[in-house]
Design a protein. Structure first.
Lengths: 109, 114
């Protein structure tokens, strides 16, 4: 099963870029990497996904290493509302998803 | 509004009393899934469904049943709840396209089994 490793917590100053790393060394060649976040105990919210190339959307950027063993989620200008738990997910097969315990990001004023 | 709804949002019950947590989505999604979230363990997948009448086990299926008779609904059934099933439960749904899926999550159901 694909497994991801993330630091348990990080702090970031408001207005600065937040860079959240993820190791997914066991990911298969055709499996996407997904990022979600969860604010308090609300339902997780999709942020972005990627396969090989770097991706950007209105919420974040995703940088995937060439060997696909790790990735970094970038929130370019973190705000207090970005304080959340961020999950990096690599599927286990086509339909199974392992969320892990994520990174608790705290944005500081 | 596109959404995933769960009912009830909060439930306190006793050991052995059968219960059902409903999940419904209005986005015509093929894929639906149930997760439970416990402190220090993150989200763990219980069951998932690829389409109507097609379901499979996730990582922690013991003690749970599901059914997918209609595309929009995916109820989670606890035939004989036990205290170790006290948890926060999330339902999610997504389209299946291009090999990837973006899951939409419901608001959660907080279950306490006494």
């Amino acid at each position: 099963d694909a497994k991801t490793t993330q630091p348990p917590s990080m702090d970031c100053a408001e207005g600065r870029a937040a860079n959240l790393p993820c190791n997914h060394s066991t990911i298969s060649g055709n499996e996407y990497v997904y990022w979600y976040r969860q604010i308090h105990s609300q339902g997780p919210q999709y942020i972005i996904h990627g396969l090989k190339n770097n991706e950007t959307n209105e919420m974040a950027s995703l940088i995937i290493t060439e060997d696909r063993k790790s990735s970094t989620l970038i929130l370019p200008h973190a705000t207090l509302r970005d304080t959340a738990v961020y999950y990096c997910i690599a599927p286990s097969g086509t339909y199974k998803y392992i969320f892990g315990t994520g990174t608790r990001l705290k944005v500081l004023a | 509004e596109a959404q995933v709804t769960q009912n009830p949002r909060y439930l306190i019950t006793v050991t052995g009393k059968k219960l059902t947590v409903t999940c419904s989505q209005n986005m015509n999604h093929e894929y639906m899934s149930w997760y439970r979230q416990d402190p220090g363990l993150g989200l763990r997948q219980i069951y998932y469904s690829m389409n109507v009448e097609v379901t499979d086990k996730g990582d922690v299926p013991e003690g749970y049943k599901v059914s997918r008779k209609e595309k929009r609904n995916f109820p989670l059934i606890l035939e004989s709840p036990s205290p170790n099933q006290t948890s926060l439960y999330f339902c999610a749904s997504s389209h299946q396209r291009g090999g990837y899926n973006e899951q939409f999550f419901g608001p959660g159901t907080r279950l306490t089994v006494l």
